[in-house]
Design a protein around this ligand. Sequence first.
Ligand SMILES: [Zn+2]
Length: 290
Amino acid sequence: MSAVIDVQGPLRKMPAEPGAPVHYRMKVGDTLIPLNDLIGRELQIDFEGEIRCIHCDRLTKKSFSQGFCYPCFRKLAACDSCIVSPEKCHYHEGTCREPEWGETHCMVPHIVYLANSSGLKVGITRKTQVPTRWIDQGAVAAVPMLEVDTRRLSGLVEVLCKQHVADRTNWRAMLKGDVPEVDLMAERERMLETIADGLDALRAEHGEDAIRVVDESGLELAYPVEVWPSKVKTHNLDKTPQVTGRLEGVKGQYLMLDTGVINVRKFTAYHVRLQVFEPSPQQAPDLFSN
Ligand SMILES: [Zn+2]
C-alpha cells in the first residue's frame, strides 16, 4: 500500500467546525489534514518517542495536562486545579498564577450550558468557545442556559446544577452513539426553576446583572461516523506506539478506527508520523462511483 498522506510533527488538538456533519481536521505540526474525506481509509500513526511541551517546547518524558512539561504544569494558570474546578478560581484573591492570562481567560463572559453527550449534562465554557467545547465533548445537542461575568461565577452556578444532573460525559456511551433523546429546552426551563433560589443568592452577592438568562435556542450536532463500535477499545500510544486501522468516524476528540478509538487530545504534543493509505481495491468502487 502506498501512502497518499505522510506527515510528521507534534500532534495537536483537532480543529473542528460545526456543520452537518461537524468538519474535522487533524493537525500534525503545521499540516492540517481534512479528516471527513478520509473516512474509510487505512491510517497509521507512529509515536516516535518525543514529546515537546506545547508551551515552552522543552522535551518531556511525560505529558501533563494534555501537552505540558512538569515545570509548566506547576507554573501556568492554564494547568491550575481551578481550570478543572472553576468554582475554585482564586483570581479575586490576588493569587492567580498568571493574572494577565486570568484576565483574558477567566475574567470574561462564560456560558453555563446543558448538553446531551451521553445523556443530560451541565457544563461551562468561555463564551468564545461555543460551540467548540460542545463538539470536543461529542455532544449531539447543546443549549446555552446562563451567561455570567467570570469563570468563577460559572463554576458556582455549575455547582448548583451538579446536584441535579451529571457534569461528565460517559465517553464510551458517547462513542457508541448510545445517546438517549433529551428535550434540552424543557430541561433548561426545569433547571432554571430548580436552581432559582441558588441563583438569587449568587445574584445578591455578585450583582443582579452578573448572571443573565440566555434565551437562545440550542444547536444540534452530527458527526462524521460511518460505523459505530459495538465495543469501545482504546489505543494508547504510551503502551503501543504504532496504531493502525480503518478510519470509521470522528467524534469529540476521538478518531474511531476499526481496531479501536484514540483520544487525539490526550496525545497532544506527541511527535508522530501519520500515514494515510490508498483505499484497498474492494472499497474503491464505493468511493469513486456516484
Ligand atoms: Zn513547558
